[in-house]
Design a protein around this ligand. Structure first.
Ligand SMILES: [Zn+2]
Length: 268
């Protein structure tokens, strides 16, 4: 990617303004502000172009505004995720710069590279790149039913979703899918198929999404992770994640397969 460097604004720069600090974004009236730097009070700020959105430059300013700093989850859109992804880039870069002021090897000051998204040590020349954590998310079908679980962290909003977890060091994505499912539910799966991916900047996941079929075993949940888990027929689903999330897409894809199973009377 062609990286443009941080610069002191003159006031004439125009575009969308992603102002971020501490994992949150400035969203006055729930929107990413558009306009000229001086109209928004950003003359003399330090900013960095981080790409293009809607035909305009996307600018990152790493600072906290006095109000309207919020989670970027409200930018999720079922038809066009590109704004959510650009916001995720802004939030993650801002946090990366904030957490990489000093070198982890020698403790000296670092500076932001002009050539790529990385921080460089002024003393030992070590390079640091933004962390991206690969994670798996998987929807499991058993005939005309889907496995849905309530995660401990979703207990208060009563949300049921598919299983997910981080990939571990020295593990393939496919290993991670099988391991996570077994750890959380004690069932075995088969026919694992890759569907797609979604950056999930809370704080730095890249979700790789899979479909799989039930193979064997009875559900026994890991009580550290899950509150409950069960097989649900598509006509009797509990509260599930909103459109725009890859979890919802996996659930919708699985519902199609469950319907086909019912309509065609498929035998496994
Ligand atoms: Zn160093």
């Amino acid at each position: 990617m062609n990286i443009e460097q941080q610069l002191h604004l003159t006031g004439n720069e125009k575009g969308y303004w992603f102002v971020s600090q501490n994992g949150r974004l400035w969203l006055p009236n729930g929107k990413v502000p558009f306009g000229q730097a001086n109209e928004l009070g950003f003359s003399h700020e330090i900013a960095q172009p981080i790409g293009e959105w809607n035909g305009q430059t996307a600018w990152l300013i790493c600072k906290e505004m006095n109000s309207s700093m919020s989670s970027i989850k409200c930018l999720l859109n079922r038809d066009d995720p590109s704004l959510f992804y650009m916001a995720g880039r802004a939030v993650q870069l801002s946090e990366f710069y904030r957490s990489h002021k000093y070198c982890g090897y020698c403790g000296h000051n670092m500076h932001i590279s002009h050539k790529e998204w990385c921080c460089l040590c002024d003393n030992c020349n070590e390079r640091y790149y933004p962390q991206i954590s690969p994670s798996i998310i998987v929807a499991i079908r058993n005939k005309n039913k889907i496995l849905l679980a309530k995660h401990a962290r979703h207990n208060k909003d009563n949300l049921f979703t598919v299983l997910a977890g981080f990939t571990e060091i020295g593990e393939t994505m496919e290993n991670a899918v099988e391991r996570e499912v077994f750890e959380e539910s004690k069932i075995k799966i088969k026919n694992i198929r890759y569907v797609g991916s979604q950056p999930w900047p809370f704080p730095n996941s890249l979700m790789m999404a899979y479909l799989a079929d039930y193979d064997s075993g009875d559900i026994q949940i890991d009580k550290n992770e899950l509150v409950e888990a069960a097989w649900y027929h598509y006509s009797q689903l509990p509260k599930i994640p909103e459109y725009g999330t890859i979890a919802r897409r996996l659930i919708e894809d699985t519902i199609v397969l469950c319907r086909e199973y019912d309509e065609l009377g498929k035998n496994e």
